[in-house]
Design a binder for this molecule. Structure first.
Ligand SMILES: Cc1cc2nc3c(=O)[nH]c(=O)nc-3n(C[C@H](O)[C@H](O)[C@H](O)COP(=O)(O)O)c2cc1C
Length: 208
């Protein structure tokens, strides 16, 4: 399948059939998340994988009453770092230096640009880091479709309830989206065969 055919095949699955996604497919989706480009390359988020049925049940009851939570094989919670601090900036500089075999000091200019983020308050940091999670969410959806795994991006949940259940606040993290992974339930998902609803290219895209 070409990329465009894959994008036409995927849809935000409303009902899943509970079939487990094989570990190697989950691995490839997680590797795509790892490869996601982010601003400054900082990767200021975490992807938390949940397979445990009791935990999914608790999330369904307390944070998100959407059927995919229970019917999925895995959930991936995208959680953004709330406060970008100097240590994260330094660690990132060190990672670049080590990976590319260059002195950290040669990245002083880059480090001072990161300092602008460190200096911002938590609210602004979280808006910025949350945006990065959407890039990872998008890439993960495409990666899932590439290995013929269905996925539902979910924003309709109670983030503070979810943060509490999986202990995110004490890790300087806040949940932003959930990606449910599994397989479509053709018999019960009326959207499985529904045509895609999209604006025309003419109205969406403007070439100037
Ligand atoms: C960021 C984001 C959040 C979404 N939240 C939900 C959600 O909470 N529940 C749901 O069933 N679908 C959710 N959707 C799915 C969209 O409604 C769906 O992607 C859109 O209507 C386009 O349809 P398609 O993905 O099936 O092509 C979300 C999609 C995105 C990108």
């Amino acid at each position: 399948m070409s990329l465009l055919e894959t994008l036409k095949w995927r849809y935000a699955t409303k009902r899943m059939n509970g079939t487990k996604v094989p570990a190697e497919k989950i691995e490839s989706i997680l590797e795509a998340i790892q490869l996601t480009p982010t601003s400054y390359g900082l990767q200021a988020f975490k992807a938390i994988v949940i397979e445990n049925e009791a935990l999914k049940e608790q999330i369904f009851t307390e944070a998100c009453q959407q059927p995919q939570i229970k019917e999925s094989s895995h959930l991936i919670v995208f959680a953004a770092i709330k406060n970008v601090d100097a240590k994260q900036a330094d660690d990132h500089i060190q990672l670049i230096a080590d990976t590319r075999g260059i002195p950290a000091e040669s990245l002083a200019g880059y480090r001072s640009m990161l300092e602008l983020k460190v200096a911002e308050n938590e609210d602004r940091n979280f808006i910025w880091t949350s945006k990065q999670t959407y890039i990872a969410l998008g890439i993960a959806m495409v990666a899932a479709a590439d290995v013929k795994v269905d996925a539902t991006p979910i924003e309709g949940f109670n983030p503070s309830a979810l943060d509490k259940i999986i202990g995110l606040s004490e890790q300087n993290l806040g949940s932003v989206t959930i990606l449910a992974l599994g397989y479509r339930d053709d018999a019960n998902d009326r959207l499985a065969t529904a045509p895609k609803v999209r604006k025309s290219k003419e109205s969406l895209i403007s070439i100037i």
